[in-house]
Design a protein around this ligand. Sequence first.
Ligand code: SIN
Length: 331
Amino acid sequence: MTQPTLALIGTGGTIAGAASAASVSTDYKPASLSLAAVVDTVPELRQRYNIGVTQPMQLASYDVRPEHWLDLHAAVMQAVNNPHVVGIVVTHGTDTLEETATFLHLSVDSDKPIIVVGAMRPATAYSADGPANLLDACSVAACPGARGRGTLVVMNGRIHSGLWVGKRHVSSVEAFDSPLAGAVGEVADQAVQWFRAAGRAPTVAWQAPSAWPRVDIAVAYAGVDETAMRAFVAAGARGIVHAGLGNANTPTAYRAFIQSLPAQGVLVARCARFITGSVTRASVYADAQYGILTAGPLPPHKVRIVMLLGLAHGMDGPAIQAWIDRILLAG
Ligand code: SIN
């Protein structure tokens, strides 16, 4: 039987991390091993699949910047356009894994499965979870039922939508979940179980930007004022995500400043800071009147990616809001 061909793309992270001893699981150097070396630790990978390995970057994901996404996007598209490749697996550090997964989910228009996978424990640890996660990611990438779901994240036996997944624990191997949305499936050995029908959010009509616009996040807290937002505007921000209190609220004195930003050419999106739940468009903010965006349950760092992509593709506020609404409709 012909083995399925998978494209594995390495970017670094803890899945390629090394510590001073096997008993050490939190004090280590991410991105120490090449992806090819990690693949060699899991012999079943080459027994089950034709594996192609590329490594466009090698870094801890806390150093990933939107500029890196351009190289990653090009590497993913090369695999997508290879007719032999049935699925793509991106190995990545977990700190910004959900941001890269969201970026790919909203910018790669392909039915081929793209799986982003990482590990919470370095490759050298007794408790290393990378080998099992990588094997699971390949099982999902080769699964016909993974087609048409956009970018997925596979961690600790769970399959999540790249859009809804988030890291929820600093060190546990059970670190990822999808608040409110839930996992889309599970994988154990090579058995993949889906919990819902295939479907995905609409992507942007991707054109690699020559430069990313600046989009910042301003987190609200008791007593917050407009100092951070003013600094972002002075630094050239074209968009600011207001990570607000409760249903994306803010102290009354600060509200007028937020409302004034869209008229100055700075897009603002209201979303909730550390809690889940769908932010509603609010009459007290006069969102519609002032052109303030809302994004339901999307957390601040994901709303930032939508704004980055939208602004980089020439969308104005209403166009970005319409795209967000279509993303949320797709679930
Ligand atoms: C990183 O994000 O590269 C370090 C942490 C991790 O991969 O778990």
